[in-house]
Design a protein around this ligand. Structure first.
Ligand code: SD4
Length: 320
């Protein structure tokens, strides 16, 4: 068995390197996935996860997070406004309640009872970005974006003329700006775990929840088959049950790469895509064969295994 940690986006090393020792010391896939997610959530320089995430249209930050290892082993929280580590709270939901998902005030009351500490999540930097956006939204093509902004997906926008996109003008230094963190871990026993953590779409309609904390959409795992996780425009992932689709295609015999390709083709067939849309998946089958794939250039994954940690291009890009 070869333990590994596979993470969305190029900021993976900070979390992967912290979590790999957990696996090497014989820790479980769940423990490693939680360890990695916690590092990302606590890092204020990552502007779409945990502390430092960009807020909704009202300037309020809300977080979503989930953990899954099997159909009967999953937990999620959404619309968390005062706690920095939604994936840890999701783990408690999984382990300590008969439910799978808690939202909003109920989730926060649960977190308090579980001993989590309330923390301010909105950093000064994130508030400034929001104030800039609120002060001058005139450059936004609201018709095209169906009345709202696409997510900030800065890695995708590198090298692209971004001046016509107001939201990307407002993004902080691209090298420091990242997206939702999805993590797939495989431990020395061959068990898989998957987590998803996000502050969702920047400047979203307050109350909006994307794909990340929804089983089958942002993440899915079945130890008999494999695990998958998504990042990108949540609204495109929810409608095709993206992560469930990837796992089900592997169940039917597709390789990890083929399974992702089928899911991304389903996105292409199902939506009128605009420039800023992006979807990417990572997945692993139960034997530890993994892949990643993206709709468009700009996505990277981070893999940590016996050969160390590498930030790599995805296995393939559908629309290069
Ligand atoms: C969401 N899928 O809330 C998340 C955001 C994301 O790249 O992954 N952006 O829609």
């Amino acid at each position: 068995m070869h333990p590994f940690i596979l993470t969305t986006w190029s900021f993976g090393p900070v979390g992967n390197d912290a979590a790999m020792p957990v696996l090497l010391d014989g820790g479980s896939a769940v423990e490693a996935a939680i360890a990695a997610s916690t590092v990302f959530e606590d890092d204020p320089s990552i502007d779409s996860v945990g502390v430092g995430g960009l807020p909704d249209a009202d300037g309020e930050l809300s977080l979503d997070g989930a953990l899954m290892t099997d159909p009967h082993q999953c937990g999620a929280v959404c619309f968390i406004r005062h706690y920095a580590n939604p994936v840890q709270i999701a783990q408690r939901v999984m382990e300590k309640t008969i439910h799978t998902t808690l939202a909003g005030m109920g989730a926060e009351d649960f977190a308090l009872r579980e001993g989590f500490e309330r923390r301010p999540l909105l950093t000064d930097e994130a508030r400034e970005v929001w104030e800039d956006w609120r002060a001058d939204p005139r450059n936004i093509d609201r018709e095209r974006y169906r009345g709202w902004l696409p997510p900030i997906n800065v890695e995708e926008l590198k090298g692209v003329d971004i001046t016509r996109h107001r939201h990307s003008d407002l993004a902080p230094d691209p090298a420091q700006s990242h997206d939702t963190v999805s993590v797939i871990t495989r431990d020395a026993q061959g068990k898989l775990a998957v987590t998803c953590s996000t502050s969702g779409m920047a400047f979203k309609v307050p109350g909006r929840v994307g794909d990340s904390p929804v089983f089958g959409q942002g993440l899915y795992c079945d130890q008999n088959v494999g695990a998958a996780a998504a990042t990108g425009t949540g609204e495109l992932i929810t409608g095709i049950c993206g992560s469930f689709l990837v796992v089900e295609k592997m169940r039917e015999g597709a390789s990890p790469e083929e399974a992702i390709r089928i899911a991304l083709q389903r996105v292409i067939d199902s939506y009128d895509l605009v420039d800023e849309h992006q979807v990417a998946f990572i997945c692993s089958d139960k034997d530890g064969r993994w892949a990643s794939g993206a709709l468009k250039p700009g996505f990277h994954h981070t893999i940590t295994d016996e050969n160390g940690t590498r930030v790599e291009d995805p296995t393939f890009v559908m629309m290069p």
